[in-house]
Design a protein around this ligand. Structure first.
Ligand SMILES: Nc1ncnc2c1ncn2[C@@H]1O[C@H](COP(=O)(O)OP(=O)(O)OP(=O)(O)O)[C@@H](O)[C@H]1O
Length: 230
């Protein structure tokens, strides 16, 4: 279980402080598919970055089971992120001079995971292993970035607009893969998106405005990816 208590994160904006997170509290059970929605600038990415240990808050707590990550030093945070988390971003961030297989192995090596065959097959990347990122479509590149993330066998997968650069059909393929792999590997997904349709496949939807959570909705019966449109 992940618990977030009274998170505050501010930035200096001229002479004023801008509160990107203004006392945010929430809890997420293991295995949930959480979608964070909200207008631009509402604090979604900041929340994701603080929860995942990429950024430190001004105050507040982020507690994984009984492990508080706020206040850890850089070395401890790096170990925490390596062991527990993985990331997928809209911009893929593949290494351009490494082929598909080597990009995925980078994730696997971080956890000493030798077998990436299952992940390559699971994401439909068989046959593309020797290609360089520029030889792939956007959807294929995003599948490689998911494969790299999952090769780490994370407990928590953080996604920031993972389908933001993709068309509807490709986005749905990506979401279908993610859901299938989540069922199989049992990790928790926390996803920031502008796409309200994606909320329908989530088990929990968090809505943010101006650095605050304004609504949390639990959904015991999320829809299948094939049932949604946008
Ligand atoms: N490094 C930073 N320095 C200064 N201000 C920042 C920084 N990062 C974020 N902010 C500000 O904090 C607020 C929340 O930003 P954040 O990126 O979390 O919003 P968001 O909801 O993810 O937006 P978007 O949907 O546009 O990505 C915004 O007003 C933003 O300008």
């Amino acid at each position: 279980m992940l618990r977030v208590e009274n998170l505050v994160k501010s930035y200096q904006n001229g002479r004023e402080l801008l509160y990107a997170l203004d006392s945010v509290s929430l809890s997420i059970d293991d295995g949930e598919f959480v979608v964070i929605l909200g207008p631009s600038g509402s604090g979604k990415s900041t929340l994701l970055n603080v929860i995942s240990g990429l950024e430190q808050p001004d105050s507040g707590s982020v507690i994984y089971d009984d492990y508080e990550i706020c206040g850890l030093n850089q070395k401890e945070l790096t170990l925490f992120r390596r062991d527990k988390t993985a990331f997928i971003f809209q911009a893929y961030y593949l290494l351009p001079f490494l082929n598909v297989e080597s990009n995925i192995k980078m994730g696997a090596d971080l956890k000493g995971n030798k077998n990436i065959t299952e992940i390559i097959d699971g994401l439909g990347l068989r046959g593309l292993e020797k290609r360089l990122p520029y030889e792939l479509s956007g959807g294929q590149q995003q599948r490689v970035s998911i494969a790299r993330a999952l090769a780490k066998k994370p407990d928590f997968l953080f996604c920031d607009e993972p389908t933001g650069a993709l068309d509807e059909e490709t986005s749905k393929q990506i979401l279908t893969y993610l859901k299938q792999l989540q069922k199989q590997l049992k990790f928790t997904i926390i996803m920031v998106t502008h796409n309200v349709s994606i909320a329908q496949i989530a088990t929990k939807v968090i809505k943010m405005t101006s650095g605050r959570i304004i609504e949390v909705t639990s959904n015991a019966d999320p829809r299948d990816v094939s049932e949604i449109t946008w």
